[in-house]
Design a protein around this ligand. Sequence first.
Ligand SMILES: C[S@@+](CC[C@H](N)C(=O)[O-])C[C@H]1O[C@@H](n2cnc3c(N)ncnc32)[C@H](O)[C@@H]1O
Ligand code: SF4
Ligand code: SF4
Length: 384
Amino acid sequence: MRNFVKRLWSGFPFFLKEISYLISKFTPFFIARPRSVYISFYDLVCDGLCIMCSAGIAKKKGIKRNASTEPISGEKFAQLIKQLKKLSGKGLLVSFTGGEPLLYKPLFEILELCRKEKIKFSFTTNGYLLNDCNIKKIIDSKLFNIGISIESLNPEINEKMRPVPNGTKKTLKGIDKLIIEREKSKSDLSINLKCVITQLNYSTIPDLVKKYGKIKGVFITPQPYNEFDVPEVAEKLWVKDTGKFREVINELILLKEQGYSINADLDTLKGFITYFESGLDEHGVYRRDLLKQSMKDKLIYNDCTIGYSTIFIYSDNGDLTYWLCPYMHSIGQFSEGKMLEEIWFSKKAMMVREKTRKCLRFCNLSCTRKQPLLDKILIYLRIK
Ligand SMILES: C[S@@+](CC[C@H](N)C(=O)[O-])C[C@H]1O[C@@H](n2cnc3c(N)ncnc32)[C@H](O)[C@@H]1O
Ligand code: SF4
Ligand code: SF4
């Protein structure tokens, strides 16, 4: 009971954010402040070679991205965190990806800063470096959430997508150790197993859910493969047998009803079928132009209010750029010397917000998934 009250109390700032979000959405007064921040440092080194990821593809081709710069310094990252705290106050969730965060030297200093600032921090890793030492540091850091990417329990399938020899064994060992240490130390850390849905692995996702979906503190987030400009990759990864895929989605829905923790509501899960169908012609062949057309055809405004609650931050040649939606214009950058608060409330940001509400894109960003307030509260209480 005491724990439950503690959880409710720690969720209160998020509830207040939700209220200011609703006021901003339904009245002319914009008072919302960000509650979710997604930080990606594309120039972070990575020890993966994933075939669906632009970092893996670039590495395979021998392209060194942003080769002229080092990743953002720990000092700059710390300044950014302080500005975020000033803008957002309590109830802030910062998610960090790379590259590979466990290869970023200042990571644990940043975790310590977030702990002091009472910011809920989360990062996503491929799990290869989840050794005893890092697991201890992670638990001690009071990290809020860790995302661990795993595409299948079957090494043959996982390593087709994540071609690192023995990578599956390393990641699974890391997950299992982390679950044990979490329990031993009575940590609140939530563990998010992330899985990209593709033609290669979709049929094995229920196995992942069955193995981990009822373990305390663990949940599974399936995320459809996001197609970008590499046609031969898209051809291989796009889910084509959508009839069989539908059966798998139905199985996931059933598992969810049986209490397995899957981080997607029923509409979202069903939406994954529509998403993959929208890229196929009448012969079931993947056609990028069809996907684009179906985005245009959708002709219903998303009324997307992502820019009322979220900021995306990307590294760019030693600078940091700020975005309300990754597919629209940037709203500013660190080197401008302005405080983030000024940028968040700027005219430019308000113009982007207007545009997002009229967005027609068939968007599958997991952070745009609409969730009723009650669902959000229930998930928060369950995963914390
Ligand atoms: C870019 S990675 C960075 C963090 C870390 N290196 C990892 O592999 O988890 C962040 C997440 O994006 C996912 N991802 C990569 N390429 C993707 C794609 N084309 N579509 C959807 N998700 C993708 C990864 O599987 C991972 O869960
Ligand atoms: S490990 Fe992560 S960042 Fe590296 S190639 Fe794979 S998905 Fe991309
Ligand atoms: S692409 Fe459209 S729907 Fe997706 S996050 Fe951006 S504005 Fe929202």
